[in-house]
Design a protein around this ligand. Structure first.
Ligand SMILES: Cc1ncc(COP(=O)(O)O)c(C=O)c1O
Length: 427
């Protein structure tokens, strides 16, 4: 992707400082049409790190729970909050779709279009929600299942991904079934075979994480969905951990629905999510949170987006986060995340007291690494990281150690320092 230097500087808030590109990028400053610095250029990534207000004496390794916001995101939110507080009297309620005082009535076309572009969908297939739990609940509650019809998923789904389906089971007599997936997984073929063998004639819904939260395993969604569709099964993909971390192309994946959030890997404010439903499957999903458009199918995404008064400043922050991601370049972001994750895993593999639960096949990994150190628990490792190095990965309990995420605000030096901590703890 060809990104103009001016647009990057604009989003990063650097152009307003009236710095020349040489001042901003120093030695690596491109001249004329020289391409933007490579993904592994340390000076470029240092400039990116500087865009995050994240305190400099701490190292954040937990965007798998909630991400770090770049400064532009915070500024946009605060600016819009101030705007609505000062100008709410100006609002004449003439055209809800153009007003930005409250969300939940506005069709949010600008943001939905950006989200659609990110995942290769159309805006009418996108609804804005607060998070993955909401999106998944809208789908589980909105789809009609008869008693005895089965929902199949893995044994490693997040409670926010499976909760809506458990309600479906208890309330409507649908059957919630799980199939065990190895941890660590060894290959896409292994996972494919396990899941496809568990499909039965009663399976009506297949719900899978695109990336497993507790291991970082990227599942072979495209191949599994192709097989599920041959059997007439409705496919629902949980993308809580993928959006902003790896490329997501819903056309290529071929899934019926895909749900995700922006508060983990895109750097958007907490409380920002979406739901994608393929146009041809939209009518299969009843509205759950219903307002005036609950049965209006002109713009299906709007039907679900219209959910009553919501927080527009948060959406302004989301839009800024999407712009930030796009202007750096999604491919560059994904490559950097993977580069850092692989550096961590390579270092961990050198220590035989470390057990890694992320896939043994690097092709199934990106920025999430889950590991334990012989004789320790997740809490012990998490606490030791903080005490020794002010580093913040997240405990995964007694058995699975810690989940250690790498993102664009991290550096190779931080990974290397983390490996020193691990080697010390392993003795
Ligand atoms: C795979 C998965 N699904 C669902 C969720 C819930 O996401 P949210 O908090 O956005 O509802 C998470 C959160 O970590 C997750 O990892």
């Amino acid at each position: 992707m060809n990104i103009s230097r001016r647009s990057i500087l604009k989003t990063l808030g650097l152009s307003s400082l009236a710095l020349t590109s040489a001042q901003v990028f120093g030695e690596i400053s491109p001249v004329g049409d020289t391409p933007f610095p490579d993904g592994d250029d340390p000076l470029f990534w240092k400039k990116i790190r500087d865009q995050f207000p994240l305190t400099k004496d701490t190292v954040f390794f937990n965007p798998g729970t909630v991400g770090a916001m770049p400064r532009v995101v915070v500024d946009k939110m605060v600016e819009h909050l101030r705007y609505i507080s000062e100008h709410v009297a100006d609002w004449a309620y003439k055209d809800d779709n153009k007003e930005e005082f409250i969300s939940g009535y506005n069709n949010l076309m600008s943001i939905r279009t950006k989200v659609a572009n990110l995942i290769n969908a159309t805006a009418s297939e996108i609804a804005m929600t607060d998070n993955v739990t909401n999106s998944m609940s809208y789908i589980a509650n909105g789809i009609t299942l008869q008693p005895g019809e089965e929902i199949l998923t893995t044994d490693q789904e997040h409670s926010g991904g499976k909760g809506g389906w458990l309600v479906k089971e208890k309330r409507y007599g649908a059957v919630f079934k799980t199939v065990a997936v190895p941890k660590p997984a060894h290959s896409p073929v292994e996972v494919y075979d396990i899941i496809v063998k568990a499909l039965t004639q009663r399976t009506k819904v297949l719900m899978l994480s695109h990336m497993i939260t507790g291991s970082g395993a990227i599942l072979p969604i495209k191949e599994i969905c192709a097989e599920a569709h041959k059997r007439g099964i409705f496919t629902v993909i949980d993308g809580a951990q993928t959006i902003g971390q790896i490329k997501v192309d819903v056309q290529d994946l071929g899934c019926d629905t895909y749900v995700g959030c922006f508060h983990k890997w895109i750097g958007a404010p907490p409380g920002t999510g979406f739901m994608y439903v393929k146009a041809s499957r939209m009518k299969d999903i009843w509205t759950t949170v219903a307002s005036g458009r609950w049965d209006n199918h002109e713009d299906e995404g709007f039907r679900f987006t219209q959910r009553g008064t919501g927080n527009f400043p948060v959406l302004k922050g989301l839009e800024a986060a999407l712009d930030f991601h796009n202007e750096i370049g999604p491919e560059k972001v994904y490559a950097r995340i993977k580069f850092l994750g692989e550096r961590l895993r390579t270092g961990l593999r050198k220590n035989n007291k470390v057990k890694i639960f992320s896939p043994t096949d690097e092709a199934m990994c990106a920025g999430i690494t889950v590991y334990n150190i012989e004789g320790l628990t997740g809490t012990k490792i998490q606490d030791a990281y903080w005490e020794k190095a002010r580093m913040r990965p997240r405990s995964q309990g007694d058995q699975f150690g810690v989940r250690h995420c790498t993102h664009i605000f991290n550096s190779p030096e931080e990974i290397d320092r983390a490996l020193v901590v691990v080697n010390e703890l392993a003795g």
